[in-house]
Design a protein around this ligand. Sequence first.
Ligand code: T3D
Length: 256
Amino acid sequence: MFETIMYETRAGVAWITLNRPDKLNAFTRVMHKEMLSALKTAGKDEEVRAVVITGAGRAFCSGQDLGGSDNPDYGEVLRQGYNPMVQALVSIEKPVIAAVNGVAAGAGMSLALACDFRVASDKASFIEAFIHVGLVPDSGNLYFLPRLVGHAKAMELAVLGEKISAEQAKELGLVTKVVSDEVFVQEVETFAVRLANMPTKAIGLIKRYMNKSWESDLNEVLEYEALAQKTAGSTQDHKEGVTAFMEKRKPVFTGK
Ligand code: T3D
C-alpha cells in the first residue's frame, strides 16, 4: 500500500511507522503524501481511537532528506508537504502519540512536537538540526517549541542546535515519559490502548479547544468550554461515566 511508511491498526490504535531506516526515516515528497493519507484514514476510521507515530530502525526521523530534494523552493516544500501534515495532526480529533524511538532531528523533531504526547525511549534524542544547515525551524516548530519549553529555552535549542537526551527532554517538559528501550514498544502500546479506551469525543474536544485557546481571550475560551461541554454532555460516554460512578463500577467507554 505505502512505499515509505507502514500503517496498521490493532486494539483501537493506528500505528504509523516511518520506514526509511537507512536514511534515518528522512522525509521525502512521497512520505509527505503517504503521511497525509494515513492520517486522513486514521481520522475517518471510527474503530481508531488513538494514533501512534514511530520510526523503523534506530531513528525516529532525521527531518528533510538532504540528498533527495527536487524542489529548490523550500517555501513550496513546506506549503505542499509539511504544513498539511502538521495541520492534519492538529485537527485529527483523536490523541496522537509520537513514540520517539531514536533521534528526532529537524522536521523530525517538529513532527514529534506537533503530536499530543511524546513517549521517548531512553535511546531517543532531540536536535534542532536546521541551524546546522543554515535553515530555520519549520513544520510548526516555531509555534510548538516555545509553547512547550518557554521562549528562552526554545531560542537556545533552535539557535545552538545542541542535541538533548530523552532525560533532558523530559526535564524540559517536552516528553510525557521516558521508557527503557527494552520495553519501549510494550509501554507505548499500553499507553496508546489506555487512551483508545477513554472517552474519545471528549479528548477530541479538549484537543480542539486547547489548541484554539492560544489565540483566544478569556471570554472566547469560556464560550468554547460551553460549546464543548454541550457536545460532550450529550455523548454516550458521558452517560456511561455517570452511570458507572453511581453503580460504583469501572466505566466502559465506546468513543460514542
Ligand atoms: O526542503 C527543505 O529542505 C526544507 C525543509 C527542511 C526541514 C528540515 O528538516 S531541515 C533539517 C534536515 N535534517 C538534518 O539536517 C539532520 C541531518 N542528519 C544528522 O544530523 C544526523 O544524521 C543525525 C543527528 C540525525 C544522526 O546522526 P548519526 O551519527 O546517528 O547518524 P549518521 O551517520 O549521521 O546518519 C546515518 C545515515 O543516515 C547516513 O547515511 P550513510 O552514510 O549511512 O549512507 C546519513 O547520511 C543518513 N541521513 C541522516 N539524516 C539524513 C540522512 N540522509 C538524508 N537526509 C537526512 N536528513
